[in-house]
Design a protein. Structure first.
Ligand code: NAD
Length: 299
């Protein structure tokens, strides 16, 4: 069985690594956070003492990190993982980063005869736990096919979006739309509540009507409407406001590069900036944007 190194064991990476273990792979894991590493070990991963020691001798390295800077810091440079890996190894970066950073990583890997793909994901933490993520892959077809068995252990849908960086382009288009429909959902729910409706009843009505969308149906932002979503848990865990702001920044940079008009994406970024003006809010799940619309009690 191939040896896998998994780097970045946060809200997403932790359950993804656990699903690889569940599929029978030998996974050596590493995270800068001792708590995250401990949880991965409890799920059956072998403890890596460093990213480099986890990756040495591995057939496959999978990373799930918060930013392009973290991904480039991990792989590139004199002490980067590309120097530690054997020729023929496969790198699968599942982080959401810029297409330019993904292309730089894949090109640098190619110079060392290491195959690499960008494979950002959609579905959120529930899909990461359930092993039903959607992967959007960029890279050459051979590398994407080589990645497929590992991605299948963590996901339900694997798309080949196009050449290197294409997975990232698909991902930021998706997340720009996600931000827009999450904000629209929060705004509509609040309008109903302010006019005497029960948010659960209103959600049921809109789910069966033309306002239905993923935020409303699978990730309802109004507390008390759904169980097992961050809104049911004080907006803890899930997909941080800080990460959504990063993705909206990537979308706006991409739009500037292609002279595309993205007025709703720009407004969504602006509203998330307003909402996330304090550090403790940037750590909350992005559905906490509901609080931007909620009136203080008694108002
Ligand atoms: P997270 O902050 O929960 O986890 C990131 C982990 O990476 C942390 O445990 C951190 O300690 C670790 N880390 C950071 N730099 C490291 C390094 N150099 N070496 C080793 N470990 C390092 O973030 P997350 O929610 O798991 O998101 C990870 C990525 O997945 C992001 O790019 C995000 O945009 C994307 N994503 C998240 C979701 C979601 O619902 N949370 C959904 C789709 C995509």
């Amino acid at each position: 069985m191939e040896k896998i190194a998994f780097i970045g064991l946060g809200n997403m990476g932790g359950p993804m690594a656990a699903n690889l273990v569940g599929a029978g792979y030998a996974v050596t894991a590493f995270d800068l956070s001792p708590v995250a590493l401990e949880q991965a070990v409890a799920c059956g991963c072998t403890r890596g003492e460093s990213a480099e020691s986890a990756a040495r001798g591995a057939d496959v390295v999978i990373s799930m990190l918060p930013s392009g800077a973290a991904v480039k810091g991990l792989y590139l440079g004199a002490r980067g993982l590309l120097q530690a890996l054997d020729a023929g190894a496969l790198v699968i970066d599942c982080s959401t980063i810029s297409a330019a950073d993904a292309r730089q990583l894949i090109a640098a890997a190619g110079e060392r005869d290491i195959r690499a793909v960008d494979a950002p994901v959609s579905g959120g933490t529930a899909a990461a736990v359930a092993g039903t993520l959607s992967f959007m892959c960029g890279g050459d077809a051979g590398a994407v096919d080589a990645a497929r068995p590992y991605l299948q252990a963590m996901g339900a849908n694997i798309f080949h979006a196009g050449p290197a960086g294409s997975g990232q382009v698909a991902k930021i288009c998706n997340n720009m739309l996600l931000a827009i429909h999450m904000i629209g959902t929060a705004e509509a729910l609040q309008l109903g509540v302010d006019n005497g409706l029960d948010p659960k009843v209103l959600s049921d009505i809109m789910k069966a009507s033309s306002g239905g969308n993923w935020s409303l149906e699978k990730y309802n932002p109004y507390p008390g409407v759904m169980d097992n979503v961050p809104a049911a848990n004080g907006y803890a865990g899930g997909f941080a406001v800080a990460l959504m702001l990063k993705d909206l920044g990537l979308a706006m940079d991409t739009a500037a590069g292609s002279a595309s008009s993205t007025p709703l994406g720009a407004l969504a970024k602006n509203l998330y900036q307003l909402h996330g003006s304090r550090e403790e809010i940037r750590r909350l799940d992005f559905s906490s944007i509901q609080n931007l619309f909620r009136r203080p009690a008694g108002d």
